[in-house]
Write a protein that binds this ligand. Structure first.
Ligand code: HEC
Ligand code: HEC
Length: 262
């Protein structure tokens, strides 16, 4: 394992010595327990997987470590390895095709909570991300304020809502919510605060889900994988993730009768 991780090319930013590997695994285990998301002894399995991968793919990792993520994202060999890492490590949360579920983002939709550039995606996978919204019922006038805010948020997503309630919600949004979601409600990628105008939902866009989030708050965590995978496997799986959103946009362009690049 150390053999693979210590032969890193010069100029990469992340240290992957033994202590940071151990610390990363411990931090990840704590993060998972805190999130109540995993009950399996996967760190042992992963040690074995990394050893196997090292035996099978060592020289390939060398090759791909020096390659840009955007180039790997259209290279079948890199994508095959990235897809394997994704299946073994990421699919249990993000789903086999990366489409996510309630509270777990869809990685295929080009709607990014955090930076969706190749570097941003790689940083998310290496170091993890935390997003948090406090309970806000008290700040917006209790249940009545929640009803108005739900109407406003629904209207942002293009849904019909009572105009009086929408106006009441709009005024409070500017003073309570805009600080994180932006005055235009288009979100903040540093905080992981979602765009509320695109009708794409991390949780669900029903009135009940929106109200529940305002009552109880929301918080999500993507565990950092630098320690578990090492930076080279992260580099490859980042390319696979980046390719998922490219595929989707290619398809959308074709559906619109508008071939990419043409
Ligand atoms: C324990 C569950 C879990 C695992 C395992 C996991 N993720 Fe995540 N991931 C999440 C959650 C939850 C978020 C949203 C975090 C937030 O909003 O703060 C997330 C966010 C992300 C994002 C950011 C999406 C965006 O819209 O900006 C990327 C990229 C990502 N994960 C990729 C991966 C990859 C690649 C792996 C495997 C190496 C992986 N994840 C493993 C739960 C997980
Ligand atoms: C302190 C920053 C902060 C404030 C203030 C805040 N939010 Fe949020 N909001 C977030 C973050 C971060 C998330 C994502 C939480 C997660 O990933 O678990 C979120 C999630 C949401 C969601 C779920 C979006 C989805 O895609 O499912 C809604 C709806 C929402 N906020 C509405 C509001 C409204 C309305 C207000 C004002 C009453 C508000 N927020 C105030 C940070 C904030």
């Amino acid at each position: 394992m150390l053999g693979l991780l210590s032969r890193r090319p010069p100029g990469r930013r992340f240290r992957t010595g033994r202590s940071s590997v151990t610390a990363g695994v411990v931090a990840l285990a704590i993060a998972c327990l805190a999130a109540g998301l995993c009950g399996c002894s996967w760190s042992e399995n992963h040690d074995a997987e990394i050893k196997a991968a090292e035996a099978g793919y060592g020289p390939l990792y060398e090759h791909y470590a020096a390659m840009a993520i955007a180039d790997m994202a259209v290279e079948p060999g890199a994508l095959e390895i990235g897809a394997r890492i994704f299946a073994a490590t990421c699919a249990r949360c993000h789903g086999a095709g990366g489409r996510g579920t309630i509270g777990i983002p869809d990685l295929t939709d080009q709607d990014w909570l955090f930076a969706g550039t190749p570097e941003g995606i790689e940083a998310t996978i290496l170091s993890g991300r935390i997003a948090m919204m406090p309970a806000l019922a008290a700040s917006i006038g209790g249940e009545e304020g929640i009803a108005a805010m739900v109407a406003y948020v629904r209207s942002l997503g293009g849904h019909d809502a009572d105009p009086g309630a929408v106006e009441q919600g709009r005024a409070r949004f500017a003073s309570v919510c805009a600080v994180c979601h932006g005055a235009d409600a288009k979100g903040n990628k540093v905080l992981g605060a979602p765009d509320l105008t695109d009708d794409i939902w991390l949780f669900a866009g029903t009135p009940e889900f929106i109200a529940d989030g305002l009552r109880s708050g929301r918080s999500s965590q993507m565990p950092g994988h630098a320690g578990l995978l090492g930076e080279r496997q992260v580099h490859l799986v980042a390319a696979y993730v980046y390719s998922l959103s490219l595929l989707r946009s290619d398809r959308a362009a074709r559906d619109a009768g508008n071939r990419p690049g043409g």
